[in-house]
Design a protein around this ligand. Structure first.
Ligand code: Z5A
Length: 215
């Protein structure tokens, strides 16, 4: 079986940049790797992503939102992630089910147990082996996002949420990480990018070495 690594965190934390870097370094070290993301990562998921993130759908209800994120995830798990793990590949995924607990649960206030049931159905119970939380204050992350969007990066429907919403999301992530410390590693992503990239790579390298030592 392969290894399933996810990157989580609020907007502008650096997930996409870090996920690419980790995938490149793993490849350079000789591991078979695929890099994917949520929502999206499949043709069906990419269509769902458009529906989720377009500003035209400002009236989307939280219930519709969770089902759409789950639809994209169900497709990604069965079409991409599980087959890759069965080929003993390392899967690096930019966001996964913990985003649902953080955003729709802690952010929107939907019942966490209900979300866990829906998420288990969508994923068939597939959980990450290692999750890295890139933790950053919402003010810092949003400022990075704003700068990136001025240079052409997408500014999506969820980016318009209030600062209070993003503070609940961040607190939710930290609570999730503390609940399950064996799976999560928390990285201070407010530091310069080079430092963050090096720390995440060190975590992944050490974690993989420990795992290979296990019988
Ligand atoms: N969502 C949800 O609600 N429920 C779910 O179940 C799932 C998702 C799966 C998806 O958008 C949205 O859907 C997202 C969560 C929600 N909400 N919003 N908004 P997305 O995945 O496309 O967008 P994102 O995750 O928010 O990505 P992002 O804002 O682009 O952030 P990022 O991937 O963490 O950062 P980045 O793209 O790597 O970097 C952003 C910029 O910051 C870029 O210019 C970098 O060069 C810069 N950067 C990164 N790190 C640093 C450091 N350390 N210092 C300085 N500058 C940095």
């Amino acid at each position: 079986m392969g290894v399933f690594i996810t990157l989580e965190g609020p907007e502008g934390a650096g997930k996409t940049t870090v996920a690419q870097h980790v995938a490149e370094r793993l490849r350079a070290a000789g591991y078979p790797v695929i890099l994917t993301r949520e929502p999206g990562g499949t043709p069906v998921g990419d269509q769902v992503r458009q529906v989720l993130l377009t500003h035209h759908n400002a009236d989307m209800t939280p219930e519709a939102e969770i089902l759409l994120f789950s639809a994209s995830r169900a497709q990604l798990v069965r079409q991409v992630i599980k087959p890759a793990l069965e080929r003993s590949t390392i899967v690096v995924c930019d966001r996964y089910a913990d985003s649902t607990l953080a955003y729709q649960g802690y952010g929107r206030g939907l019942n966490l147990n209900v979300l866990r049931h829906i998420t288990d159905f969508a994923t068939g119970g597939l959980r990450p082996d290692l999750t890295i939380l890139l933790d950053v204050e919402p003010e810092v992350g949003l400022a990075r996002r704003r700068r990136a969007s001025e240079s052409g990066a997408e500014w999506n429907r969820l980016d318009n949420e209030t600062l209070n919403f993003f503070q609940r999301v961040r607190a939710g992530y930290l609570a999730l990480a503390r609940e399950e410390p064996s799976r999560w590693r928390i990285v201070d992503a407010s530091r310069p990018l080079e430092d963050v990239l090096e720390e995440v790579w060190r975590i992944v390298k050490v974690w993989l070495q420990d795992r290979l030592r296990q019988p």
